[in-house]
Structures are given as C-alpha cells and as structure tokens.
Design a protein around this ligand. Sequence first.
Ligand code: HEC
Ligand code: HEC
Length: 171
Amino acid sequence: MSQPDKPATTAPPRLRGLIAVIALLLISPDSGAERDAWTIWDSRCQQCHGSVSEFARERLWNIDGQLHGKRHAEELRQFLHRHYIPATAIQSMREMLLAHARSTERFDSECGSCHGTAAEFVENSLWVRRDSITSLATGKDIAEFLSTHRNLSPDDAEFFFDLLLHVGNAR
Ligand code: HEC
Ligand code: HEC
C-alpha cells in the first residue's frame, strides 16, 4: 500500500475502498474475465445497447446454458464473432449476457406443476417453427391459445410464447 506507516483501520476512505476492492477480487475467482466483459460493454456496446441487464432481459434467452436472441444459439455465436467483440472476450461476454438473460425459471415455477419442464412440454405437445407454434393435439395456434389460458396478461402470454419458441428452436 502507498502508506505503510498507517494501519488499515485508520486508512483514509479512498484507501479503505481500495482494500475492499482488492478483498473482493481475491474472493471471486472469475472476476478477471468478468471485469473484461463489463469494461468492453461500457466502452463498445453500451452506446448502442444501453445497460447490460436491460438489454439482456429484453432480447436474450438462456436456454440450457445456451445464449439465444433473435438468432438461435449457433447463429448468434457466429453473429457475435462479427459484432464489435474482441475474440479474446467472446467467452466472458457470452457468460455475462447469459447471466442476465431470461430463462425457463418462470415456466418451472408457474407452469411446471402441470406441464413438467419446458423442454419436455415442447417435445411432447408442441410443433414449434421459427415464428409460430401449433398444438400437436388440437392443431390450435398457441399464441391465440395462451391469450385465454390461465388468465395470463397479454404481456405474460407473449413472454411464455417467446419462451416456448426459444426452447423449441434451441434443439
Ligand atoms: C453501432 C451500434 C452497435 C454496437 C456498437 C454494438 N451493437 Fe450489438 N447490435 C446492434 C444492432 C443494430 C443489432 C441488431 C442487429 C440484428 O439483430 O441483426 C445488435 C444486436 C446484438 C445482439 C443480439 C443479436 C440477436 O440475435 O438478437 C447482441 C447479443 C449484441 N448486439 C451484442 C453486442 C455486444 C456484446 C456489443 C459490444 C461488444 C455490441 N453488441 C455492440 C448494434 C450495435
Ligand atoms: C393447473 C394446471 C395448469 C397450469 C399451472 C398451466 N397449465 Fe397449461 N394447460 C393445462 C391444461 C389442463 C391444458 C389442456 C387444455 C386446455 O386447458 O384447454 C393446458 C394446455 C396448455 C397449452 C396447449 C397444449 C396443447 O397440447 O394444446 C399450452 C401451450 C399451455 N397450457 C401453456 C401453459 C403455460 C405457458 C403455463 C404457465 C404460465 C401453463 N400452461 C400453466 C393446465 C395448466
């Protein structure tokens, strides 16, 4: 430290802040890569996309650990390689985005008691194409069906439609 003559307990606030940061870095092993991703986001991505958490929550899905957006996993992987990100940071960027993306968590808690996991449900009951879903049993359009199922609000119906679409396209 720059002031070896002073014990840490009486260190000025800035030094104490520094000690706290160092302590934090020591206890979180992935922080190096994580920090890279945040730094890159702030300097290269934020200008177009705003905050990480809002962007990921609105546009991205974590389906079984795979990142999906408008593009599905493999296509998105290729897209990211051509999209402003230094090659060495791709992995940490994907992890950061995955951590903030939407997931099947809400399906598990709000639908799972009757339908099992989203993956099983899609596999057994639905015909999922790129932008539409049809019931295997009844041939009904699922976007329409959801608007009348379980009193879902229009926003929630859209959320779950999107979720099923991404799960269906993830395989
Ligand atoms: C100059 C503006 C700009 C910058 C800078 C930028 N992006 Fe984008 N990004 C876009 C646009 C426009 C799209 C939508 C294009 C599309 O989907 O075809 C997009 C789409 C995306 C998507 C979603 C793709 C999908 O399939 O839904 C991700 C993820 C993404 N950007 C990540 C990043 C990251 C990470 C950075 C920084 C390293 C970054 N972007 C920097 C403009 C930008
Ligand atoms: C209490 C049990 C229950 C819960 C919870 C439930 N559902 Fe259902 N769901 C059903 C039943 C029963 C059907 C069969 C058809 C009907 O209701 O007309 C069904 C049918 C469906 C279908 C059409 C399946 C097909 O084969 O045509 C979809 C899609 C669906 N549910 C989605 C959801 C979503 C998304 C949630 C969570 C927000 C959810 N369900 C929560 C009981 C439930």
